[in-house]
Design a protein around this ligand. Sequence first.
Ligand SMILES: NC(=O)c1ccc[n+]([C@@H]2O[C@H](COP(=O)([O-])OP(=O)(O)OC[C@H]3O[C@@H](n4cnc5c(N)ncnc54)[C@H](O)[C@@H]3O)[C@@H](O)[C@H]2O)c1
Length: 253
Amino acid sequence: MSNKLAGKVVIITGTGGSIGREAALLFAREGALIVGAGLGIADALATVDAVRAEGGTMVSMQPCDLSKAADCQALVDLAVKTFGRVDILFNNAAMAYFNWIEDISDEEWDRNRREEVDLVFYLTRAAWPHLKASHGVIVNTASLTALMSFENLGSLAHTTAKAGIIGMTRQLAMEGRHHGIRANSISPGVIETNQTREQLKDPEWAEYMLGKTLLGRLGRPQEIAQVALFLASDDSSYVTGTDIVVDGGMHVW
Ligand SMILES: NC(=O)c1ccc[n+]([C@@H]2O[C@H](COP(=O)([O-])OP(=O)(O)OC[C@H]3O[C@@H](n4cnc5c(N)ncnc54)[C@H](O)[C@@H]3O)[C@@H](O)[C@H]2O)c1
């Protein structure tokens, strides 16, 4: 490893999940001090164990419901109390709810917004003073569904939310420019994770999505973590206000 994040304090959300766990492992191998967070206690703690087993440094807050502003503040406080600063914020956690327009209740619409948009806003706002102090970096997680529609995916709420993340990221980059803060997002295509596992058991659905990739396979969580590392590190020092699509070429046709 090349120690791309040596000594950097990184908050990664959703570290009990698929992409979040891979990011925690990868960033720790690059020398980062990891502050994780998750809703599920066992999943989040398993990631802490995995990082420490490799000799990495990680603390974590669980349960931590990031759709609540108070939990977001507590997570930032944990980072600052433990490591004294925040250099990088990887807003990875989110929960999507899928339905066609006529089936989406007010409650579902609101829940999707809280669990895909509000959590990014609350945590970024809480971390902002520390990111200003460190001239830090924000990596947000959007989705290919923000940029294109799939005829087999009732994703109105999710699409709207993730399009919001791309817009929020661009605005954060603009507001952060005076403080040396960079902000970018990643738009994954279909990645094999906890969140897609059930849906991928439907052979017709899986076949359709697979048929849309140019690379002939679905993505792996590590392949999103690698792009997050690029955006979090100085390798992307001239990249801000943009979105990187990581989809095996799904957007092409
Ligand atoms: N898997 C894909 O195909 C795909 C595609 C596009 C975007 N994404 C995005 O990638 C990110 C990671 O998802 P994943 O696929 O690894 O799924 P995952 O379910 O494995 O991980 C998501 C994690 O976020 C956590 N989380 C959700 N809501 C939370 C909340 N309110 N507070 C705290 N933690 C919360 C969950 O507990 C879980 O650990 C998400 O933002 C998702 O929208 C995934």
